[in-house]
Write a protein of this length. Structure first.
Length: 230
């Protein structure tokens, strides 16, 4: 979603997003948005269902630990890859996951932008409202002020690095609604260290480098960086 949006921003050419708009909508997972919860909740029938299977000829021999198992994937949320780089992330029983909802909030925000470009005003409004609601719910229901971190999902007490990193990336950190939240999040991530793979680290650096140049200045715990991200 981000790539499609940025391609249009970079080139000024809307032909790709216009051609693929319906596909982008289908892959946003916003159709699982539960207004009563304020988050995307995956249908119970899909939780743990098999998605793909490695060919029988494949062997884990020579593969790094966790890679073969990750390739034999199920319809669980993609938190980080491989499994050993997830900082003990606990999937919520109802799958109202902090990480999954962060991705979807970002996707909905991008879709709202694209829909506006294409003159699809009702879609732009709908996706914008979904993005705002998810961000607000993440902050109101998954934020633990006492620890300065987000929990992994609804009904979960565990807080992985990813559960704090991804909501921040998606714009759930709001200094106006929750003064001091940005500073608390940066301190939490700084204390956690790199308990993630390069996939999650990419999103961290990408989001923060935009508002905190040089890229590593966020290690100085500048709350203003997070405020700008919202």
């Amino acid at each position: 979603m981000s790539l499609a949006t940025e391609q249009a921003l970079y080139t000024g050419d809307l032909s790709l997003v216009r051609q693929r708009y319906e596909d982008l909508k289908k892959h946003s997972f916003t159709y699982w948005f539960d207004k009563s919860v304020g988050l995307v909740v995956k249908p119970p029938a899909l939780m743990g269902a098999a998605c793909c299977k490695c060919p029988a000829s494949w062997s884990p021999a020579g593969m790094p630990p966790g890679i073969y198992e990750a390739l034999n994937c199920r319809c669980d949320d993609l938190i980080d890859w491989p499994g050993g780089a997830r900082d003990g992330y606990v999937s919520a029983n109802n799958n109202a996951s902090a990480v999954a909802n962060s991705y979807i909030a970002l996707a909905a925000s991008r879709l709202s932008q694209v829909a506006g470009w294409l003159g699809k005003d009702s879609d732009a409004k709908m996706f914008g409202e979904i993005a705002t609601t998810i961000r607000t719910t993440l902050r109101e229901k998954l934020w633990d002020k006492s620890t300065g971190s987000f929990v992994d999902g609804l009904g979960i007490s565990h807080s992985s690095m990813h559960a704090t990193l991804f909501p921040a990336m998606a714009g759930a950190v709001d200094e106006v609604a929750e003064p001091g939240m940005g500073l608390a999040v940066v301190k939490t991530l700084r204390a956690a260290g790199m308990k993630c793979s390069c996939m999650a680290a990419y999103w961290c650096a990408r989001r923060l480098a935009v508002v905190c140049p040089p890229p590593l200045i966020w290690l100085g715990a500048r709350a203003g960086c997070w405020k700008a991200c919202t």
